[in-house]
Design a protein around this ligand. Sequence first.
Ligand SMILES: Nc1ncnc2c1ncn2[C@@H]1O[C@H](COP(=O)(O)OP(=O)(O)OP(=O)(O)O)[C@@H](O)[C@H]1O
Ligand SMILES: [Mg+2]
Length: 279
Amino acid sequence: MTTSESELDVAYGGVPAGKESIYSQQPVLSARKLVITFGRVVGLDGVDVDLYPGEILAVIGDNGAGKSTLIKCLTGAYVPDSGTITLNGAPVSFKKPQDAREAGIETVYQQLAVIPALDIASNLYLAREDRRPGPLGSVLRMLDKKGMEQRAGKAVQGLGIQTIQNMTQAVETLSGGQRQAVAVARAAAFGSKVVVLDEPTAALGVKESAAVLDMIKQLRDKGLSIIFISHNMPHVWEVADRIHIQRLGGRAGVITPQTHDMGAGVAIMTGAKKVGEAA
Ligand SMILES: Nc1ncnc2c1ncn2[C@@H]1O[C@H](COP(=O)(O)OP(=O)(O)OP(=O)(O)O)[C@@H](O)[C@H]1O
Ligand SMILES: [Mg+2]
């Protein structure tokens, strides 16, 4: 990646005021010219994206614009046909979500956030259960359930989700917002550097959405970098540092809430205006 390309990426909407220092750093996660096709359908037609340390990058766009496809390519769920992805400046090529996860990228996918029948602690530790110490764990593969419950409790409390008391409660008994909170807590609990959330507030009520948005801001304030996909413009304008606009498989532009209001963002999203005309 050349400097001019990365400068271009923040230049459309300018750098968010007061946060200039973030954007002089190397992006945590960066992609150039990502292409993926599904038969005759073009999922991504050469998309660039940069995610800087400690920022919330929102991704908006109409249905089918390629938002989920973009984050799936960044997180190992899809392997792009071409293009490059770098993590802290080093090229990566994730073949499966586990690869991205091991590299510090946690993703809450649009369709499946949690497994309702399992309890909170088990959901938090899904696919990375802790074994008991010694031969009980290494030979008999016994899970360290007590330890997981305690650590799950800490992770949930650390994010200020006071409404969840009991880590052995089945997730199906939680409200929609609490379920999303568990998914976000899981994403945040494992020393991840990047957290990707595909529509975390869709289907949530006003109070529940506010709690999830608060958690997202807390993660950002801890220094994590967040990609936040949403159709809810007020939510996006509330939390985003920058906004990546997807349109018809391509990137229509990158703006900031300071330089562009919601109407301008939607105009770019629908193709009514180009990014330079809409500020
Ligand atoms: N596995 C797949 N097989 C075939 N087509 C796919 C696949 N995944 C995505 N697509 C297509 O790629 C395009 C982009 O889809 P994507 O799911 O990324 O949209 P989106 O922006 O997330 O939309 P939404 O807002 O509805 O979630 C669509 O035309 C979709 O049908
Ligand atoms: Mg989607």
